[in-house]
Design a protein around this ligand. Structure first.
Ligand SMILES: *Cc1c(COP(=O)(O)O)cnc(C)c1O
Length: 420
């Protein structure tokens, strides 16, 4: 099936006479006929047991997301942050390190640089544009993963996924890609060598600003038996001696994430949340097309305006990442544009406050056009140095183009710019 079709048909197949729409299974628990059956489930979880870590409605969405990304399994989480956290904790323990590009979402920078550090896990930040040798030098014997964002929020840099996959694999560790902004409609990181893909589903996937959520998707391609990951190849005493690679083969990573981490952390979405997320997913493919079309027109408008100093949109000819976007994002560069207005922060605030239709809000990739000033909001906790590393200019505005008629979006921009 093609993506548009997967969005509608993957994950849930109605039985003869069954509901056409994926039902909400609103139940904490599941009933079994015998004590013995439940006992067996604790050895080998082949059915839903308890909704802290699995639920039939959420499972349908997980199957759809795995299918869209081309993975062998997926696990939903209650937020994108939880997906980032668990994707790392499934590989790293205290005393380990991992490598991340510095051009990533501000919340992830803080999670990696501050909170994981308190857990004894060190994140080594590298410049995404550094050469292979320089990035290779950052590896240590305890380095267990490499992390990057397809389209960085909010710098909108495009990651050379193949370069990072090659370097990670040379060092026998997996590449984790946060594919939130691109979505699997615009880019499928697994096809470029990524091993694990994560998302904040709160953005384009949900699409309607209804639900916070996240997901981790396993490509099934990484060889966990290469000697660097004993937690995958030795018996898990917390799970009756399960050996993930032996017992689950290609799905070792995602099953381990559920059986160990989701069991213990319990950041699983509710069935209702998955139902709403699924509504967003059903139209994801066609919505992404229109986001890209609208954003291209808005980016061109900004490019031609003498009040705008910089436009960052990799779909725009002349953008630093244009050629790379042609390879990784051939269908478009999503709806998010970053701009720097002439006159610094003062004019940035004036422009944002002057918008009548576009909302000033802490969100992005919404169905409605919205704007945010990263330096004073999502990236506020970062130091000046971290801001620069994350590609955030203090005067930068993140302009998230929605699905309104583009003429209305442009008229709103024009009336606000005219007052600067
Ligand atoms: C928003 C976002 C996150 C965090 O997701 P939440 O759902 O807000 O927890 C992670 N990565 C990227 C790229 C994001 O845009």
């Amino acid at each position: 099936m093609k993506d548009e079709t997967k969005c509608l048909h993957s994950g849930y197949t109605p039985e003869n006479g069954g509901p056409s729409v994926m039902p909400i299974v609103q139940s904490t628990t599941y009933r079994f006929d015998s004590t013995e059956h439940i006992g067996q489930l604790f050895d080998m979880p082949t059915a839903h047991m308890y909704s802290r870590f699995s639920n039939p409605t959420v499972e349908c969405v997980e199957k759809k997301l795995a299918d869209l990304e081309g993975g062998v399994g997926a696990m939903c989480t209650s937020s994108g942050q939880a997906a980032s956290l668990l994707s790392i904790l499934n590989l790293c323990s205290a005393g380990d390190s991992f490598i991340s590009t510095s051009t990533i979402y501000g919340g992830t920078v803080n999670l990696f640089a501050v909170t994981l550090k308190r857990f004894g896990i060190e994140c080594i930040f590298v410049d995404a544009e550094a050469g292979e040798e320089e990035i290779s030098r950052a590896f240590r014997p305890n380095t267990k993963a490499v992390f990057g964002e397809t389209l960085a929020n909010p710098a909108l840099t495009v990651l050379d996924i193949e370069k990072f996959a090659k370097i990670a694999h040379e060092h026998k560790v997996p590449l984790i890609i946060d594919n939130t902004f691109a979505t699997p409609i615009l880019c499928k990181p697994i096809s470029f060598g990524a091993d694990i893909v994560i998302h904040s589903t709160s953005k384009y996937m949900d699409g309607h600003a209804l639900q916070i959520g996240g997901v981790i998707i396993d490509s099934g391609n990484f060889d966990w038996t290469n000697g660097k990951f004993p937690e995958f190849t030795e018996p898990d005493e917390s799970y009756h001696g399960v050996v993930y690679t032996r017992d689950f083969g290609k799905t070792a990573y995602i099953i381990k994430a559920r059986m160990q981490l989701m069991r213990d952390f319990g950041c699983y979405p509710a069935a209702n949340s998955a139902f709403l997320l699924n509504l967003g997913l059903e139209t994801l493919a066609i919505r992404m097309e229109r986001y890209c079309e609208n954003a291209m027109k808005v980016a061109q408008y900004f490019k031609n305006s003498d009040k705008i100093a910089e436009v960052y949109y990799s779909g725009l000819p002349g953008d630093k990442y244009y050629d790379r976007a042609k390879k990784y994002l051939p269908k478009g560069s999503c709806g998010v544009i970053s701009i720097v207005i002439k006159g610094g922060k003062e004019n940035a605030v004036r422009f944002m406050d002057g918008l009548k239709m576009a909302s000033n809000e802490v969100h992005v990739a919404d169905i409605r056009t919205c704007v945010l000033h990263p330096a004073s909001a999502t990236h506020r906790q970062l130091t000046e140095e971290q801001l620069i590393a994350a590609g955030v200019n203090p005067g930068m505005i993140r302009f998230s183009v929605g699905l309104e008629n583009v003429e209305d979006i442009l008229a709103d921009i024009e009336q606000s710019l005219s007052r600067i």
